[in-house]
Every structure is written in C-alpha cells, then in structure tokens.
Design a protein around this ligand. Structure first.
Ligand code: 5AD
Length: 346
C-alpha cells in the first residue's frame, strides 16, 4: 500500500484498480504517511497560508428534491428565506472589513433569482468590490446563463458533481436530475473560463470504494481549480434521516489523496468536517487542505440554511466566526490571509 502512495506522489495518478486497493487497504499508519506527504506538497505551493472565502447563503428555496439535502423542496419544515440585493451587499461589506476578498453566493435552485436578478447582484458586487473574487454556487444552469453571469463579473463557480457513478447518482437524487447533466455543466463552466470547483460527499448512502475511485478519476480528468469534499451528514427531515454519517477518518484520507493527485488544487476543510468532529477542520488542514469558508450570512437566517443536522456556526456573528477560526488555525501553525486566493492549478 505504501508503494501505491509513493506512486501517487510521483506520478499524480493511479488506475481505477489501484485507487480501490488503496482506499480499501487504508490503515491509520498509512494515513499518517499520506498526510505527511500531502502537507509537504501543500507547503511547496501554498506554504502555511490559508485562504478564506466568505459564504453568503442568499436563498434556501430550492426546486430540487435531493434525498440527502435539508433544504430539499419537499421538506415542509424549513422556514424559507431570500436575501435582498442590499442585504447581500451588506454581507459583502461586513466581509470586506473582516479581510475577505472572495464572496461565495450560494443558494438553492431558486427560480425567483432569474438571470436578470442574478446579473444585477453580480454586477453590483463587482462594481463595489473590484478587487474581490465573486464565486457562484447556484446549481445547474444553461450554458448561456453561465456565460451571462461570467460577463457580469463572476469569476468562479462551485458545483459538486456529488458522485460520478450514474447508478449511485440516481439513488441520491430525484429522477429529474442526472450525473451526465451535472458533469456537462462543469465542462461548460470550464469552457466559459470560470475557475471551477467540484467535489463529492464522503460516505453518502450506498457509496462504495469503487464509486470513490471513479470520483478521483473524474476529478483528475476535469482538473478543477478547487475540490470540495465533506462527510455526508444525515438530516432529520430527509429520507436519509436514519443513514450513517460519513466518517472523519475516510474524509481525511480522501483529502490527502486529492492533495497528492492535484498538488496545486485548492482544497477546503469544510464545515461538514468541522460538524462531525470538534477538531475536524484543523485535521483537514493537517491532511492537506488549505481553504476555509466561514459564513457571512446574517445570523438571523443561518439556522434556516440547514443542509444537514447540527451545522456549525449557527449562533455566531461573522466576526466571531472569523476570529475563532483564525485562532484555531494559528494554534496548528497556519495563518489566514487576506487575498483573493486564486488557484495555482490552472
Ligand atoms: N451532508 C453533507 N453534505 C451535504 N450537502 C448537501 N446535503 C448534505 C448533507 N446532508 C452538500 C452537497 C452540496 C453542498 C452545497 O452541500 O454536496 O453540493
């Protein structure tokens, strides 16, 4: 197994069979070895810097009914909200003062935010914050919509592929959605010129080592600027309420593998990782991650953007959230920096 990690470190790729062997054959000792190599790679390109992105969850309305997601359409227990353009701009203002130079507009697939409304919002942020990156995370759209947003000033787009395998995808999503359409969106985004982030959930229901191997091969082929992964966490008002959560251990292992496969990729240590373990985000950084994405949404709506149970940071002000993260990162020898934090994986 150690030889496979060495091969990955040298050649940045493995065959499907090798990925499966390595994922199934992992041990705590092997993981420590992997993380030490992953940190070395990370330090080579990004040093001990940690990039931050201010996450603005601007709508929790969603037309989709993904089986794992807490804001799925058929969850009648969610208090639905939308932020206005001015509320979004005010989040950016708070964020800018706190040193954020990337704003991530994330939301459900909400028809209210037509291309026209989105363009207006993007353009307003672009005008007010010319030195900041604008990231969108609003799901599947047509090529033309993506292009319109890009031309209005959006730089980056996050769209997790969720799982590459179409059979597995079908068990996590309603019939109206397909793995193929999702992947097509990612290729379109790349073609238009966005810096693209993709990713998957670790330990989602029915996931096997073979599926994870396919996820790695897909990410290698797409060669995204960012790869976001986090454990699946059940939400009480979804059909997956009784499913087991993904583990810290497997998520960290996958983070280490991603760092060796794409040494220059941006790798967030996600909120979901911090939710399943109090030291999750620190451990993610120590496994090779180099990005954190704290919440800038107004604290009045935070609890309503509940994708999974016990999501972090729901009672904190943006500033407190930012400060506590900074201290946590310093405690393990890393520093949060004020910069756009563009990907070196181009
Ligand atoms: N557990 C973990 N991650 C989730 N997401 C959605 N629901 C859950 C859940 N129950 C992730 C998806 C989505 C991202 C915004 O949040 O991967 O792409």
């Amino acid at each position: 197994m150690k030889a496979l990690i060495d091969k990955l470190c040298e050649t940045h790729t493995l065959t499907k069979e090798e990925w499966i062997l390595l994922i199934k054959g992992r041990t705590p000792r092997l993981a420590e070895y992997l993380f030490s190599l992953a940190r070395k790679e990370r330090h080579k390109y990004y040093g001990h810097d940690i990039y931050v992105r201010g996450l603005i969850e601007f709508t929790n309305y969603c037309k989709n009914d993904c089986l794992y997601c807490g804001i799925r359409r058929s969850n009648r227990n969610v208090h639905r909200y939308r932020l206005t353009r001015d509320e979004i701009l005010s989040c950016c203002h708070t964020g800018y003062e706190l040193g954020f130079r990337t704003f991530v507009l994330q939301g459900g697939e909400d028809g209210y935010f037509s291309d026209e409304r989105m363009t207006d919002i993007i353009y307003s942020i672009r005008k007010a914050y010319p030195d900041c990156a604008i990231t969108l995370s609003i799901g599947e759209k047509s090529y033309d919509s993506y292009k319109t947003f890009f031309e209005a000033g959006a730089d980056r787009y996050l769209l997790r592929h969720e799982t590459y395998n179409s059979g597995h995808y079908g068990r996590l999503h309603p019939a109206s959605l397909s793995a193929h359409d999702r992947q097509k969106c990612l290729w379109n985004l790349k073609e238009i010129g966005y810096q693209v982030g993709t990713g998957f959930m670790v330990g989602s229901p029915y996931q096997t080592a073979e599926h994870l191997a396919e996820d790695m091969l897909f990410i290698k082929e797409l060669n995204p600027h960012m790869a976001g992964i986090g454990p699946f966490i059940p939400h009480q008002n979804t059909p997956f309420r009784n499913e087991a959560a993904g583990t810290l251990e497997l998520t960290l292992f996958m983070l280490g593998l991603l760092r060796l496969m794409l040494p220059k990729v941006l790798l967030p240590s996600t909120t979901a990782l911090g939710t399943i373990d109090p030291k999750g985000r620190e451990l993610g950084i120590l496994a090779g991650a180099n990005v954190v994405m704290p919440n800038l949404s107004p604290d009045t709506v935070r609890k309503d953007y509940s994708l999974y149970d016990n999501k972090l940071c729901t009672g904190e002000e943006a500033a407190e959230c930012r400060k506590s993260l900074e201290l946590r990162m310093q405690a393990i020898g890393y520093q949060i920096i004020t910069a756009r934090g563009d990907s070196l994986n181009v």
